[in-house]
Write a protein that binds this ligand. Structure first.
Ligand code: HSE
Length: 401
């Protein structure tokens, strides 16, 4: 029997509890041992629930109990999760977490502590919810140079953009609807401004390259400025707008970013809609691999956490090899990265546009008093330079090749 402690009985923690109990037979069979939840750490009371008698308030109870071999961290946020996880690892317990903030900030250090103690720090649920993506990157796609990872990594924004696309609604209306349905948080900033996707692509980029990508170095732009008019142009171009986290090996180096992009129907992620997440991994020998599935939600996320628990139990005294060093990965300055841009400019001054951008392709979506056009491939810097010479730039959206 293996004793487990769950830190936090919120959405994910209660999902882990539920799965370990409802899927007991299959989970125990896969783990090769019987799993027993010994403690649930939470400051709240849950009278009349099955965790009532398992609740503890103090992390020391868990850290000091040698019977606990696996700890599930489902609290979220960096502190106190970091302190608790570190103390559990130092006490010789494996830890499984869904916490992307924690992994993006302290992943390399926690992996090292786990390794030093012959234990595991596992975080399958931190990116893509229920989609297996961390384990494939660590254990399966090990023969390739990873040239590109492109992901729809945030369910909330994908839901909002899908609604805007399919129903012609504006951003604020859809956001309110998403909040009413419980898809979007009351404070939606982390999702709509791309910060959540930024943490997730930082984790994937670090795993793909074996060194730490600092999320603060990642160019991050959210979807709050995307309008219903932008979607009218997108429709005219036969494209859709998706928020993409990207880590790409370009001519001069690795570029990591989060930004809304115009995707063509031929792109493997074009049809990834609603709250669904999708990740494209492009290897230099395997080619394209695409992973699609539930990127958020209680049970899909908890399913990924429990898969880590099973892995931890299968490898109780054997660290699985996760190659992620603390050494910082130097990423290319985003301003040097090249792509085509779709641009909207107020007025009808084609001469000014062409003087600044050179040859462009106009897109007529029937919108009065403005011009929409596609530039040639140019660096972000060159775009900024050209745009500064044009009056009335309304917006620009990057075009995904
Ligand atoms: N807020 C996140 C999302 C939850 O919408 O994808 C999963 O990390």
């Amino acid at each position: 029997m293996v004793n487990i402690a769950i830190l936090g009985y919120g959405t994910v923690g209660s999902g882990v509890f539920e799965i370990i109990n409802t899927n007991q037979e299959i989970v125990n069979f896969k783990a090769g041992k019987e799993l027993k939840i010994k403690y649930v750490l939470d400051l709240r009371d849950f009278p009349g629930t099955p965790v009532e008698n398992l609740l503890v308030r103090d992390m020391d109870t868990i850290v000091n109990d040698p019977e606990v071999e696996v700890v599930v961290e489902a609290m979220g946020g960096v502190e106190p999760a970091y302190t608790y996880v570190k103390s559990a690892l130092l006490a010789g317990k494996s830890v499984c977490t869904s916490n992307k903030e924690l992994v993006a900030k302290h992943g390399a250090e926690l992996i090292k502590i786990a390794k030093d103690h012959n234990r595991n720090f596992l975080f399958e649920a931190s990116v893509g919810g229920g989609i297996p993506i961390i384990r494939p990157l660590n254990q399966h796609i090990t023969a390739d140079r990873i040239c590109e990872i492109t992901g729809i990594l945030n369910g909330t924004t994908n839901y909002i953009l899908t609604k805007m696309d399919k129903e012609g609604l504006d951003f604020d209306t859809v956001l309110k609807e998403a909040q009413a349905l419980g898809y979007a948080e009351k404070d939606p900033t982390a999702d709509v401004e791309g910060f959540d996707a930024c943490r997730k692509i930082a984790i994937l980029a670090s795993l793909a390259n074996g060194k730490s990508v600092d999320f603060e170095d990642i160019y991050t732009e959210g979807i709050s400025k995307i309008s219903d008019t932008d979607f009218k142009y997108a429709e005219k171009m036969g494209r859709s707008i998706k928020l993409l986290g990207k880590c790409k090996l370009e001519d001069d180096g690795i570029v990591v970013s989060v930004s809304p992009r115009l995707l063509a129907p031929s792109h493997p992620l074009f049809h990834v809609s609603d709250v669904v997440n999708g990740v494209l991994i492009r290897g230099n020998v395997v080619g394209d691999l695409v992973f699609i599935g539930s990127g958020a939600g209680k049970l899909p996320t908890a399913s990924a956490v429990v898969s880590d628990v099973v892995d931890a139990v299968r490898h109780l005294n054997v660290p699985t090899t996760i190659q992620w060093e603390a050494e910082k990965l130097e990423v290319l300055d985003f301003s040097k990265s090249k792509k085509q841009f779709f641009v909207r400019v107020a007025g009808q001054n084609k001469e000014q546009i062409e003087n600044a951008f050179g040859e462009v392709t106009y897109v007529d979506a029937g919108i009065q008093d403005e011009l929409g056009f596609i530039t040639r491939s140019m660096s972000e810097n060159s775009y900024e330079d050209a745009a500064s010479k044009v009056e009335g730039v309304i917006t620009r959206i990057r075009i995904e090749a």
